[in-house]
Design a protein around this ligand. Sequence first.
Ligand SMILES: Cc1ncc(COP(=O)(O)O)c(C=O)c1O
Length: 437
Amino acid sequence: MSTVGDLERKHVLRSWAVQGKNTYEEIVKAEGCWFWNSEGKKYLDFSSQLININIGHQHPKIIAAIKEQADKICYVTPSFASEPRAKLAELIAKHTPGDLVKTLFTLGGAEANDNAIKIARAYTKRFKVISRYRSYHGATYGAISLTGDPRRPPVEPGIPGVVRVFEPYCYRCSFGQTYPGCGLECAEHVREVMLYEDPNSIAAFFVEPVTGTNGVFVPPKEYLPRIREICDEFGVLLVADEVMTGWGRTGKWFGVDNWNVVPDMMTMAKGVTQGYIPLGAVVVNQKISDYLDDNMLWCGLTYSGHPLACACGVATVNVYEEEKLIENSAAMGEILKKRLNDMKEKHPSIGDVRSIGLFAAIELVKDRDTKEPLAPWNGPDPGIMGQISKCLKEKGVYVYPRWNYLFLAPPIAINEEELKFGLDAIDECLDLADKAL
Ligand SMILES: Cc1ncc(COP(=O)(O)O)c(C=O)c1O
């Protein structure tokens, strides 16, 4: 008899991996903020799997809603109405800011961004889209073309018409500036690029309100409001990619709410169902919705607004409301922020800590003065990040590492005791990073 791991090794291609180097630890059980492997080892899920298990594992009300919908009706084509789809779209309109009013459902975040590109191009009759170099927008052809990070070049050429700009990464400012005396050059440079590209050719600017997998860059408070002004000046649509920042992750319903910015379109996935069933969405504002009342929407998916996924989404949003989880994310986020700042004082290997709500990154460096990363950007781990991950797992904490970053994003339902358990383990394991200096 093959074990599950052996079967996967033989028959499953895993994302973003050189297949021969994969490890195959089998996960068999999960509950709340915790999950267990097949040998009974228990882990605190300090990265919410792929920063998607926002509420926690196996929430009984959400499981019940999926089962109830499965008993009622599993599939309805998008050309008929269906109760869970209607209810979820209403809840999305309720919780997204401003006049974001109508939703196209997809199966995940990448498809949401692909469809947002199509809608932006059709609505504006312009074809260029702007994005940022340290962004990730998904792996389908449109979304990976939009993406700035190193997952894009290996699959180029992608779709034409994408122009990229630098982001607000204050710790390593691309313009050599220091906030707040920087004149917000990272935003003004977007305006300059738009002018050079001809604003009349630019349909949209895609922005992660807080850059996610490239390092949790929380922008200066003036950045997104200024970007909104620049987009308005040129009639460029602002599209907020809230796949990672949406649904409570940053201590607000959506990332943009931290700065009271209303985008023209929003894309989302992850937290809307937390991945219990895959679902993504593009939400458009009233003007775009009105346009689509009279013009063809050149987008479609067999599973758009799948009843099981939407029923799961309705139950998930109800739990966010009933259990006051957005408020919990903000409150626990304050504890997280304080503890991260304390750790920075203590560990010379920490170059920078960034956090908003329960969305945080620790950036490790060899030397605080030179800021040389402890493990290279887009390079192989010299071993130290692997050692830290191993140490954390031995202590029963799962944290997602990438390059010289550790991503801290536990379920937003986490309590103070669990948060402390995870942070204590991180604090202890960072001694390994200090010793490696
Ligand atoms: C900001 C952002 N956009 C889009 C995506 C792609 O979402 P999916 O993997 O559901 O296609 C991700 C995935 O991590 C993401 O973080």
